[in-house]
Design a protein around this ligand. Structure first.
Ligand code: AHG
Ligand code: MN
Ligand code: MN
Length: 343
C-alpha cells in the first residue's frame, strides 16, 4: 500500500511528491535556508486546505452571501472573503516567520500580535479572488506573495516592507478552488502545480514545470466595458476577435475570477487583460496582491505581464491598495496587445 502511485495524482514517476516535500527538497540545496520558508509555506497550504474545505461546503455551512460590510476598495465583503482573510491571518500570525502582512480585506498593514516573534518574511494576499463567483458555485481562488523584509530584523514590520516591487518577490502562488483544488507556486525558477487529494488531505505534484505557450488562441477581458475603454483597447479587441493575416479569430473566455482566468491562460496560452477605463482610470486589479504575484508566476513560466506603460514587476508601489492596468499571458499575445492598444 505504501508505494502505490495512486496515493497521489503525480503518476508513477513521482509517487507521493507532496507540496511540502517539494519545497523541502529545494530548500535543502540552499545553504542559507533556516527552515522558515518551508514553515511559512506549510502554514499557507494549511490555510488553503481550510479555505478549500469551507468553499466546497459553502452551500451547507451558512457562508454564502455577504457580511453587510464594505471593504477598503468600496466593495461588498462576502462572508467567505472574511472567512478566508481571518483564516490566513490566524494561521500565519503566530508562526514567527512573518513580520507584517497585507490583505485586500484590511485597510492597514496587519501587524504580528504583541509578544509573538517577528520573522524575516512579508506576506501579502488576496484571500478570496473572484468573490462574485461564490454564490453561483463557479471557480474562485487565493493569491499570495512573499518578500523578504527590508526593515531591520527583530522588530515589527512596516508599510515599507509591503511596498516592494514584484521583481523582489521570493515566492508567489495561487490556489484555485475549482473542479479540483490546486496550489500553483514559483520561487522564480519554474512554476509547479499541486492538486489536492481530499481523501489524503495533501497537495500532490501534478503539473511540473508549467510553461505558458508562446502564443494562445483565446483572449480574456470583460467586454461589457467596451464602451468605457480607450480607442486603442477597442481597436485591439476588434483585431483579436477577427480573422487576421491567415490566422483564425481568437475565442473569448471570461470567468470573472482572475485566478481562474489566469490558470487557464497559464496552461493553454492566450491573454488576460483588465485595462484602465473611464470608470477605473488605473484599472481595477490591485498591484500588490493580484497583479504582481500573478506577473511573477507568469514570467517564471515564460510569459509576460505589462501595465501598458511598464513591466508589472518593475512598478515600485506607493500605496498598499494601489491598482494597475494589466496585460498578462503568452508573450506574443501580450506584445500584440501592447503594440495595438498602446501605440
Ligand atoms: P476580488 O473578488 O478579489 O475583489 O477580485 C475580483 C477581480 C478579479 O478576480 C476579476 O478578474 C475581476 O475582479 C473581475 O472584474 P469585473 O467583474 O469588473 O469583470
Ligand atoms: Mn481579487
Ligand atoms: Mn478578493
Amino acid at each position: 500500500m505504501a508505494n502505490t502511485p495512486s496515493l497521489g495524482p503525480a503518476g508513477p514517476s513521482l509517487p507521493g511528491m507532496t507540496l511540502e516535500r517539494h519545497i523541502l527538497d529545494r530548500q535543502r540545496s540552499n545553504p542559507e535556508a533556516t527552515g522558515d520558508f518551508t514553515r511559512l509555506f506549510h502554514q499557507i497550504s494549511l490555510a488553503a486546505k481550510i479555505i478549500g474545505s469551507r468553499v466546497s461546503r459553502a452551500g451547507l455551512s451558512g457562508v454564502l452571501g455577504t457580511t453587510g460590510k464594505i471593504n477598503v476598495q468600496g466593495e461588498v465583503v462576502a462572508k467567505l472573503d472574511d472567512f478566508a482573510n481571518n483564516t490566513l491571518v490566524s494561521v500565519v500570525q503566530y508562526g514567527g516567520q512573518v513580520c507584517v502582512m497585507g490583505s485586500e480585506e484590511v485597510e492597514e498593514p496587519i501587524p504580528i500580535p504583541e509578544g509573538f516573534p517577528c520573522g524575516k518574511y512579508v506576506l501579502q494576499f488576496d484571500p478570496l479572488d473572484g468573490s462574485g463567483n461564490i454564490d453561483i458555485n463557479a471557480s474562485i481562488g487565493t493569491i499570495f506573495s512573499i518578500h523578504k523584509r527590508v526593515t531591520p530584523s527583530g522588530g515589527p514590520g512596516t508599510l515599507e516592507d509591503l511596498l516592494q516591487p514584484g521583481r523582489d518577490i521570493v515566492a508567489a502562488g495561487y490556489v484555485i478552488y475549482g473542479s479540483s483544488n490546486m496550489l500553483v507556486y514559483s520561487t522564480g525558477d519554474g512554476v509547479h502545480g499541486f492538486t489536492y487529494d481530499p481523501g489524503v488531505g495533501e497537495f500532490f505534484l501534478s503539473h511540473e514545470n508549467i510553461r505558458v505557450p508562446e502564443r494562445g488562441n483565446t483572449y480574456s477581458i470583460n467586454e461589457g466595458n467596451y464602451h468605457k475603454w480607450a480607442p486603442g483597447v477597442q481597436e485591439w479587441v476588434n483585431w483579436i476577435k477577427s480573422p487576421q493575416d491567415g490566422r483564425a479569430a481568437y475565442g473569448h473566455r471570461y470567468i470573472g475570477a482572475m485566478v481562474a482566468d489566469l490558470h487557464r491562460t497559464l496552461l493553454r496560452g492566450g491573454i488576460f487583460v483588465y485595462p484602465a477605463d473611464k470608470k477605473n482610470v488605473n484599472g481595477k486589479l490591485r498591484l500588490l496582491y493580484e497583479a504582481s504575484p500573478m506577473a511573477f508566476i507568469v514570467e517564471a513560466a515564460g510569459g509576460a505581464a505589462h501595465t501598458g506603460t511598464e513591466r508589472v514587476l518593475d512598478v515600485v508601489p506607493t500605496e498598499l491598495h494601489q491598482r494597475t492596468p494589466l496585460y498578462i499571458g503568452s508573450r506574443a499575445d501580450v506584445e500584440d496587445a501592447l503594440r495595438i492598444a498602446h501605440d
